[in-house]
Ligand binder design. Structure first.
Ligand code: FAD
Length: 425
């Protein structure tokens, strides 16, 4: 009988466990290793950071759900994976062996790569719910003495949608509070143009997002490298398309949130053959590691090459639906291996995204996420804001119930022609 371990209990890890459970033979054991008892829905962190949600609204007690589903759930976290020994060393010094491992550890946030960046420096973060709670307190202090705001994503970032969401929902909230007129706003990004998103745009995201910025009087700096942050001051180098310095900006701010670059987590970083130099898990078209075939990778922690060169490093985002396609393929492939077969399922890496602006938003569908694409569509409208709220409620309900993809979701996606697994050629 086999021991199957999922490392990480965020978006990809919880869904991974729910999809693996029905693949097990009787006697197989499924273990999930998390860092603490609770799951939080990362896409709602921007709402927590301006008080539209409380942390309790977006958290789920996983211990209870996993117990109900017969999945062993360990909360102490992993210190190091030892792939040659098929063993995971846990933070409390104990070890657990595995026959199959799925690494679902998400990103480590590389704030240390820019002096003064992040919650231990001078900018806020929305990447973790703890950060979002602190960002909310800082925002309330800021509203007592409004001044300039700087929002964006630094060099090497691979997640841009939440930066756009956050600048627009801040604008919405400041207008609600009738203090927007006292707040000059600047968006700073490593992307070569607004709406690139690490994906060379999707549909017409360039025009849609630029026009939204203009409508809301938000200035922007693209091709930007943040060299340092001090109290109330950010230094940003803007380069031209050949990477030559065009201008150095000194941006004063009363409040700032910048998305950092991501890297793989310490438990796997530096493991020859398992990870790339940034610590992301190397996977083949079946989400399987070529050097250690009993290890799979899903989620933000997986290595994906940039869509093309950019003057300032700009990574590819790993978005929710794309991650779900990695999860479904991995569950099917481990199921096949347990039955003596070979992995055949290939994820589509399709992306379906909703970016909320608080009073509207932008939706896009990219099939597949990496260009060139079969479907390349984006649209703007009030409906996106309501769709995002509905999706949050729906997703959290799935996590609480221990379901990954109820039959009606599969039915709707099928009708829309949006698939998680590639059709056999
Ligand atoms: C602010 C923000 C908003 C986003 N919004 C959207 C959106 O609206 N739509 C969309 O499609 N995508 C969105 N994304 C992108 C993506 O969907 C999310 O980042 C998603 O949470 C990624 O899932 P994951 O499982 O890879 O990582 P995570 O959800 O971050 O989960 C990783 C888990 O691994 C755990 N872990 C790490 N190291 C260890 C260890 N050593 N031992 C045990 N556990 C460990 C962590 O505690 C964490 O729980 C957003 C990303 C961010 C940062």
């Amino acid at each position: 009988m086999a021991d199957i371990v999922v490392l990480g209990a965020g978006l990809s890890g919880t869904l991974m466990a729910y999809e693996l459970a029905p693949q097990l033979r009787s006697g197989d054991r499924l273990t999930v290793i998390g860092q603490g008892p609770k799951y939080h829905f990362v896409p709602s962190n921007p709402w927590v950071a301006i008080g539209w949600r409380k942390r309790e609204d977006i958290e789920v007690n996983l211990e209870e759900v996993m117990r109900r589903k017969g999945i062993r759930y360990l909360t102490q976290g992993a210190r190091r994976v030892h792939p040659k020994e098929s063993r995971i060393e846990l933070e409390d010094g104990s070890s657990i062996p595995y026959d199959y491992l799925v690494v679902a550890t998400g990103p480590e946030l590389a704030f240390d790569e820019v002096p003064g960046l992040g919650p231990d420096g001078y900018t806020q973060s929305i990447c973790h719910v703890d950060h979002a709670v602190n960002a909310k307190e800082a925002f309330e202090r800021f509203t007592q003495a409004p001044g300039p705001i700087v929002i964006g994503a630094v060099q090497g970032a691979s997640c841009f949608g939440p930066a756009y969401e956050f600048v627009f929902i801040l604008d919405t909230e400041l207008r609600k509070r009738r203090i927007r007129d006292r707040v000059p706003m600047t968006f700073v990004t490593s992307e070569p143009y607004i709406g690139h998103l690490g994906l060379d745009g999707v549909g017409d995201t360039k025009t849609l997002l630029e026009s939204e910025m203009r409508d809301r009087h938000i200035k922007w700096i693209t091709n930007a490298r943040v060299t340092s942050v001090e109290a109330g001051k950010m230094t940003v180098e803007e380069v031209d398309e050949d990477g030559n310095l065009r201008k150095t900006h000194t941006l004063p701010f009363g409040y700032s949130m910048m998305l950092p670059a991501f890297r793989g987590v310490g438990a796997v970083r530096g493991l020859e053959g398992l990870t790339n130099p940034r610590g992301f898990i190397l996977v083949d078209k079946h989400q399987r590691n070529p050097a250690y075939p009993n290890v799979f990778g899903v989620g933000v922690g997986v290595a994906i090459a940039p869509v093309g060169p950019t003057p300032i490093p700009t990574g590819v985002p790993k978005t929710g639906f794309m991650i779900e396609s990695m999860v479904t393929a991995t569950a099917l492939n481990i199921g096949a291996l347990l039955r003596g077969g070979a992995p055949t399922a290939e994820p589509t890496w399709n992306a379906v995204c909703l970016a909320d602006f608080g009073d509207g938003g932008v939706a896009f569908v990219a099939e597949p996420e990496i260009p060139p694409r079969n479907v390349n569509w984006s649209a703007k409208g009030d409906w996106v804001h309501y769709a995002k709220i509905a999706f949050e409620k729906y997703f959290l309900r799935k996590i609480r119930r221990g379901e990954s993809e109820p039959f009606y979701e599969r039915f709707v996606l099928d009708k829309l022609g949006i698939r998680k697994i590639k059709e056999p050629a």
